[in-house]
Design a protein around this ligand. Structure first.
Ligand SMILES: *[C@@H]1O[C@H](CO)[C@@H](O)[C@H](O)[C@H]1NC(C)=O
Ligand SMILES: *[C@@H]1O[C@H](CO)[C@@H](O)[C@H](O)[C@H]1NC(C)=O
Ligand SMILES: *[C@@H]1O[C@H](CO)[C@@H](O)[C@H](O)[C@H]1NC(C)=O
Ligand SMILES: *[C@@H]1O[C@H](CO)[C@@H](O)[C@H](O)[C@H]1NC(C)=O
Ligand SMILES: *[C@@H]1O[C@H](CO)[C@@H](O)[C@H](O)[C@H]1NC(C)=O
Ligand SMILES: *[C@@H]1O[C@H](CO)[C@@H](O)[C@H](O)[C@H]1NC(C)=O
Length: 413
């Protein structure tokens, strides 16, 4: 406990110390070649800093969350984080409520942790210039990922003999019970996360078009995991951010042995039939995504995608001395970088930073930091700031009664 607190204090001291150096230092390594964007917006806009990212499940959303967290830290933005009682998600799978937000993270400019979308409550919480974005994934790959990741959580999956995905898909209704705990990981998970009704009959011709209309009315950008770099380019342009603001390494990935490798067209068709709402939702937003890309210009997007990949490689080289090596959690020496493991059957891999003796490079550490640790770290940091601010505005006690605070660092989530 003590050593963890010390580590966090050190990290905090380090980050404050480097803050001033940061602006110039982190630009130093950045390749200042030709402009990477072919159509710079004119006149130049200020970076947009109020963002609500609906973090969907098993869609590369942890990687997006990580870059948003890093952006928030660099720009001093308050990030809404879950209350202790909600874990590191906003009491998912319950409908989101502003009550789930930790008071030390109010008022926020950014939100990016798992929640079930609830328009009214997010409007209550977020500033009125908030831009809403989310990410979807192709249903077959997504279902395979859900099935293996949640095999020990979701009762529908636990009931299947031999944990066989094929057996489940042959007769899903035999294993699936709507409304039981964690049922949403087994049926139209995207529609559930977006606040829709995953049990609604796909035969109803009015439900999905109306739902899609609502989603389009709220979200300015729906990214796609299959076209991740293109999605980030669209995000960067939407928010008038720099290329440097969207750099990433992939997080929360499974080891190759934990993947089921769907190749059968029959299985793919079964996934589509079982998750018909999600499949149609995906098709719709895939079509709008490509329309958006065409509007920006394919050449232009590809140029930015190439620049993004070069810059990510450059950063990875600086942080990891080359392509970052994915490692099983047990082999990662730095505890702050060990990803959470959903069960003994699934290996979630992560990264370690080379040179354990060298001082931690804050930017590299954050780049590789898994969701749970980063959320805890941000909560501690924001709580500390909040307490300092509160202390400044509190009337001073009479002389002689001043005592140093006994708990300078609030306890972990
Ligand atoms: C963030 O806050 C710190 C300390 O309050 C300040 O020194 C720094 O200039 C701020 N940075 C930005 C980008 O606003
Ligand atoms: C949660 O939201 C859904 C969709 O809007 C709604 O049908 C349901 O009644 C809500 N549940 C609760 C407990 O409020
Ligand atoms: C947004 O909120 C600000 C201050 O809270 C207010 O001045 C502004 O008029 C609002 N804008 C819109 C579009 O509602
Ligand atoms: C489960 O696996 C065992 C051994 O691999 C096999 O004999 C059995 O038939 C399987 N059961 C089902 C329902 O697939
Ligand atoms: C899936 O494919 C990967 C690489 O192609 C392989 O390493 C892995 O063992 C496969 N998984 C299973 C369960 O067969
Ligand atoms: C998305 O749409 C594009 C363009 O129509 C198409 O080529 C691609 O196959 C679609 N992707 C998926 C995963 O369905």
């Amino acid at each position: 406990m003590m050593s963890r607190k010390k580590a966090i204090l050190l990290l905090l001291a380090f980050s404050t110390g480097t803050l001033l150096l940061h602006q110039s230092a982190h630009l130093g390594w950045f390749p200042k070649s030709a402009p990477f964007s072919c159509a710079p917006p004119s006149p130049p806009r200020l970076k947009h800093t109020a963002v609500a990212f609906l973090k969907t499940h098993k869609t590369a959303s942890t990687t997006v969350q990580n870059l948003l967290f890093r952006f928030a830290e660099r720009h001093n933005l308050t990030v809404a984080l879950p209350h202790h009682t909600c874990d590191h998600q906003f009491c998912y799978p319950r409908n989101f409520s502003a009550r789930f937000v930790h008071p030390y993270t109010l008022p926020p400019r950014l939100i990016a942790s798992h929640l079930r979308f609830n328009r009214e409550e997010l409007h209550r919480l977020m500033p009125n210039d908030t831009i809403y974005v989310t990410i979807l994934r192709e249903p077959v790959a997504m279902f395979e990922s859900l099935f293996s990741y949640y095999n020990q959580y979701c009762p529908a999956y636990k009931r299947v003999p031999n944990g066989s995905m094929e057996a489940f898909l042959d007769d899903p209704r035999r294993y699936y019970r709507p409304h039981e705990k964690y049922a949403m990981y087994a049926h139209n998970t995207l529609v559930y996360d977006l606040g829709g009704d995953p049990e609604h009959s796909p035969e109803d011709p009015t439900y999905l078009p109306e739902f899609i209309r609502q989603v389009e009315g709220i979200f300015s950008l729906v990214m796609l995991a299959e076209y991740f770099d293109e999605s980030l380019v669209l995000l960067r342009r939407l928010l008038a951010w720099d290329l440097e603001d969207i750099l990433y390494v992939k997080l929360n990935m499974r080891s190759p042995e934990s993947k089921l490798n769907i190749t059968s067209a029959r299985v793919a068709a079964q996934v589509h039939a079982w998750n018909a709402l999600d499949a149609r939702l995906y098709d719709h937003f895939n079509a709008t995504f490509w329309r958006k890309l065409r509007r920006v210009g394919q050449d232009c997007v590809q140029k930015e995608v190439r620049a993004l990949r070069r810059a990510c490689e450059h950063l990875a080289h600086r942080c990891f001395g080359g392509q970052p090596q994915l490692r099983p959690a047990m082999q990662i020496k730095n505890k702050e970088l060990r990803p959470w493991q959903p069960s003994a059957k699934v290996g979630i891999v992560g990264y370690d930073l080379p040179g354990s003796g060298a001082p931690l490079d804050e930017q590299c550490l954050k780049l590789a930091m898994p969701e749970v640790q980063y959320s805890r770290y941000l909560l501690r940091k924001q709580s500390l700031r909040n307490r300092r601010r509160a202390a400044l505005h509190r009337p001073l006690p009479p002389r002689g009664l001043l005592r140093p605070p006994r708990h300078p660092v609030p306890k972990a989530a």
